[in-house]
Design a protein around this ligand. Structure first.
Ligand code: F6R
Length: 242
């Protein structure tokens, strides 16, 4: 595990984007595992800048997003599909047919999970999986539980997650209660995992996840078992590592 701490968010974002740019420069057909949420927005912004400078191309790359809300049409302003288009896909040359995001509005979400799992199986392995961290220790939408699911599945979002994500909706009632998420199996199968954590409110949970016992009640603690984990923290999130 390689833990890197950055003095400013800008430096962190540049370094995060730098890892993706380097990967695509050496392996243009890389498979990227992408996260949404507040954490990677600045990384995507830097990535777009690098693309516009001609430093990187996504033409041969493939992407798989971690998760999507169930019940939101793709065009909904808070769908992760819309998020990815606005923050990255509309601004780079990644072909639409190489983009994969679970369809949260599929008539049969369980069937959608199976299909997503088949697409992931065809891609075999994600080269670089980007992860944020939930306040409750979730990765993707794999919520703390007495057991975790390996494959893509429908998950009931926990109260803490609904509360955290309510900031993007008019009220907490509007936050979808279910999501489709990639399971921990595929996440842990990635060649490299880049976990990005910012803010004092996550300082304790990231420290516990990376230094405490490995347990399904803290899904991010499973990352300790990964042979190639890079962790990027800002100053505030790194508090307990000092
Ligand atoms: C998003 C995802 C989630 C978020 C996590 C942190 O695709 O999988 O695990 O990374 O909830 O969210 P933010 O970055 O908004 O604090």
């Amino acid at each position: 595990m390689n833990i890197l701490t950055f003095q400013s968010t800008e430096e962190l974002n540049e370094a995060g984007a730098g890892i993706i740019v380097s990967l695509l420069q050496t392996k243009p057909d890389a498979v990227l595992g992408l996260a949404t949420g507040g954490t990677p927005v600045g990384v995507y912004e830097q990535l777009v800048k690098s693309y516009k400078k001609g430093l990187v191309s996504f033409k041969k790359a493939t992407s798989f997003n971690l998760d999507e809300y169930v019940g939101l049409p793709r065009e909904h302003e808070q769908s992760y599909y819309t998020y990815m288009k606005e923050n990255l896909f509309n601004h780079v040359d990644l072909p639409a047919e190489q983009i994969h995001i679970p369809d949260g509005n599929a008539p049969d979400p369980e069937a959608e999970c199976r299909q997503y799992e088949e697409k992931l199986a065809k891609a075999k392995q994600i080269d670089l999986q980007i992860l944020g961290l939930g306040h409750n220790g979730h990765i993707g939408f794999n919520e703390p539980d007495h057991a975790l699911v390996s494959g893509t599945h429908v998950v009931k979002l926990q109260e803490e997650t609904l509360r955290a994500n309510a900031r993007y909706f008019d009220s907490i009632e509007e936050v979808p209660k279910l999501a489709i998420t990639m399971g921990v199996g595929m996440i842990l199968k990635a060649k490299t995992i880049l976990l990005i954590v910012r803010g004092e409110d996550k300082a304790k949970i990231v420290h516990e996840a990376l230094t405490g016992p490995i347990r399904t009640e803290l899904p991010a603690s499973l990352l300790q078992t990964h042979p190639n984990l890079v962790v990027m923290l800002d100053n505030a999130a790194s508090r307990y590592f000092q």
